[in-house]
Design a protein around this ligand. Structure first.
Ligand SMILES: Cc1cc2nc3c(=O)[nH]c(=O)nc-3n(C[C@H](O)[C@H](O)[C@H](O)COP(=O)(O)OP(=O)(O)OC[C@H]3O[C@@H](n4cnc5c(N)ncnc54)[C@H](O)[C@@H]3O)c2cc1C
Length: 600
């Protein structure tokens, strides 16, 4: 979402392809074999075949720890090594809209006056962990306990999940921030394990950090704190840098195939789907790869359900109407698609210590970039938002709170020390307060637009945004709460003049207008946080819950040899940023595979 792209030189994005190591392949015909134990798609393995991406690389890493198993990772996207726009924390989602993004879009959203929204997804070895904004939030106790309830499997509960959470990340020191208080001891939501993802508190201080923290002390309902970021030593720590690249050269049982799409899974015998057809272009040759043990789909909430549907695994009637022969009738595939809505409110401020000057001044930008290049310090070593807050909202019109419990939030505030939007104005200094709805009720679905050209054809992505009235009311409340928040002393007290001068853009009109103006502001400006989930959601299999796709061990229902391990298995959307819960379910899921196959 950050507007620094215009200042990015092309070299920041130039993908590095062909790194000259034996285990990373760019052509399926070069693979040493076509049969693996596991194939990870978005990460492909051959005892196991898997797809790369955030979750897929976790799966590939942990499975290939057993040297007796062969693993192939299949990744559609590019090698992500050496791409500065990915590495620099401050540019966080700078790579969106480029060659390392799938660049999907939604269908027109009626709730948003038929606007079409961007759906960025990582098209690179680290999947969306290469594109994301690096905010690191674990998810609440209530959230994981609700997963245990939905699946009727206590191993998904908060207590049971802790060992897997601890396998994911390690808290490392910030590079350039002398003002940070010491992290609170024994806080279970703070990165507190010994895993490969590096997590730090903000690397570089900004002018608003303590205004937010001190302001929240005046308001009973507000819980704010410093962000944790998936970064270490001043640069992005991704699923690729942490889980995959360190082992590509050292594990002879692991092969990684990039720039190659899984097109569909094929039935090897009755109900067993352990073969995958892959291709590098629409009209290129199809290669068939086989997993002797399992295929693990980790192609994300868009990719995994698309591959299932193209394979004939999904709602029978829908598939047959499209001309796709139905193999397994699973009505829930593609359903339950949910994302977090977010609306940006922007204010002009009296400070001249925002990052706006750096973004609009090429000399300052270059100086800041040089500091990062030489020392991994300065503004570019941190993400644009150092501080975050979560809120509960009062129950609206007697409606039940849709979050997973009292310890889960409804709204989130993200504070940015500058203009966080399409184009930084040529003058002025700004504060952006993003108000997100983290417990939305609206749901949509993913369907095939056409089976023609397989995964080279974009699927139809419908988030159904604001299809449930509660979401609009909750966002309206979120906006009111944000105004209350910015009425606290640190924002209004003259020193010598108040920090906040005035709202700008459409928010100025809405804030000073009627309730209808506010509703229009939301419908005309709302976007999403890029957190799609749920298209292959796990369930207990109870007849009262007919739309479950995966069971509690993440196996696709009614199918042998196939699991889904990625954000599509979440039964409900986590009331937080998704990557940490995705890594956690990946660690949990791959342990299930190991247990099922008697692996160490
Ligand atoms: C711009 C952006 C900002 C975000 N910001 C944050 C944030 O600040 N904090 C946070 O916690 N979360 C954030 N997220 C969300 C988070 O990154 C994702 O939820 C998470 O990474 C999803 O992981 P996944 O494994 O489900 O899918 P992905 O990481 O998307 O992996 C799927 C992989 O499968 C590959 N693939 C797909 N289809 C095929 C195919 N047919 N053949 C072969 N390969 C295929 C893809 O190329 C990709 O590598 C953000 C996401 C985006 C896009």
């Amino acid at each position: 979402m950050l507007s620094s792209k215009s200042l990015l030189s092309l070299s920041l994005l130039a993908p590095l392809i062909g790194v000259g190591n034996a285990a990373l392949f760019t052509d399926p015909r070069d693979l040493p074999k076509t049969k693996y134990d596991f194939i990870v798609i978005g990460g492909l393995q051959l005892s196991y075949i898997a797809v790369a991406g955030t979750a897929g690389n976790v799966v590939a890493n942990r499975l290939s720890e057993d040297s007796t198993k062969t693993v192939l990772v299949v990744e559609a996207g590019l090698n992500d090594a050496g791409i500065q726009a990915i590495e620099i924390p401050f540019l966080d989602s700078g790579p969106t809209g480029t060659s390392v993004d799938w660049n999907y879009t939604t269908v027109p959203q009626p709730g948003l006056n038929n606007r079409i929204l961007d759906v960025p997804r990582g098209f690179a070895l680290g999947g969306s962990s290469d594109l994301n904004s690096m905010i690191w939030t674990q998810g609440s106790e209530d959230l994981f306990n609700s997963y245990a309830e939905v699946t009727e499997d206590p191993s998904w509960s908060w207590d049971a999940i802790q060992p897997f959470w601890k396998r994911v990340s390690t808290l490392v020191p910030s590079t350039d921030n002398p003002y940070l208080p010491p992290p609170p001891a024994n806080n279970p939501t703070l990165s507190n394990g010994d895993g490969p993802i590096q997590v730090n508190l903000p690397n570089f201080p900004t002018d608003i950090d303590f205004r937010v923290i001190n302001g929240s002390k005046e308001l009973e309902e507000a819980g704010t704190g410093f962000n944790q970021e998936s970064a270490g030593g001043g640069q992005r720590s991704s699923s690729s840098t942490a889980y995959l690249r360190p082992i590509i050269n050292s594990r002879p049982n692991l092969d990684v195939l990039i720039q190659t799409r899984a097109m569909k899974l094929t039935e090897t015998y009755n109900g067993t789907f352990t073969s995958v057809e892959v291709a590098q272009s629409i009209d290129g040759p199809l290669t068939v790869l086989n997993a002797t043990s399992e295929i693990i789909l980790s192609a994300g909430s868009i990719g995994s359900s698309q591959i299932l549907l193209l394979s004939g695994i999904g709602p029978k009637d829908e598939l047959e109407a499209m001309g796709v022969p139905s193999k397994i009738d699973l009505p829930g595939v593609g359903k339950n698609l949910v994302d977090h809505p977010v609306i940006l409110t922007i204010y002009q401020v009296s400070s001249n210590s925002t990052f706006d000057d750096i973004l609009r001044n090429t000399t300052l930008f270059q100086k800041t970039l040089t500091l990062w290049e030489e020392e991994r310090k300065g503004l570019f070593s941190t993400i644009p938002s150092n501080v975050i807050g979560f809120m509960k909202i009062p129950e609206l019109e007697g409606e039940k709170d849709p979050s997973t419990g009292a310890k889960s939030a409804n709204t989130e505030f993200l504070f940015t020390n500058g203009f966080f939007g399409a184009q930084v104005p040529t003058e002025g200094h700004f504060l952006t307060l993003a108000v997100a709805l983290v417990s939305p009720k609206s749901k949509g679905s993913l369907t095939l637009k056409s089976p023609e050209n397989g995964t080279f054809t974009e699927p139809s992505i419908d988030y159904g945004l604001l299809s449930d009235e509660w979401d609009l009311e909750a966002l309206m409340q979120g906006l009111r709460d944000s105004e209350t928040f910015l009425n606290a002393t640190p924002w209004t007290q003259p020193s010598p003049e108040p920090y906040i001068i005035e709202p700008v853009g459409d928010w100025a009109t809405a804030r000073n207008g009627t309730a209808k103006d506010r509703e229009d502001f939301i419908r005309n400006n709302m976007v999403t946080v890029f957190h799609p989930i749920g298209t292959a959601r796990m369930s207990s299999g109870s007849p009262s819950d007919p739309l479950g796709v995966t069971d509690a061990r993440l196996r696709v229902r009614g199918v042998k040899g196939l699991r889904v391990i990625d954000a599509s298995v979440f039964p409900t959307i986590p009331e937080c940023h998704l990557q940490a819960p995705v890594y956690t379910i990946a660690e949990r899921g791959v342990q299930m595979i190991k247990d099922d196959f008697g692996m160490a």
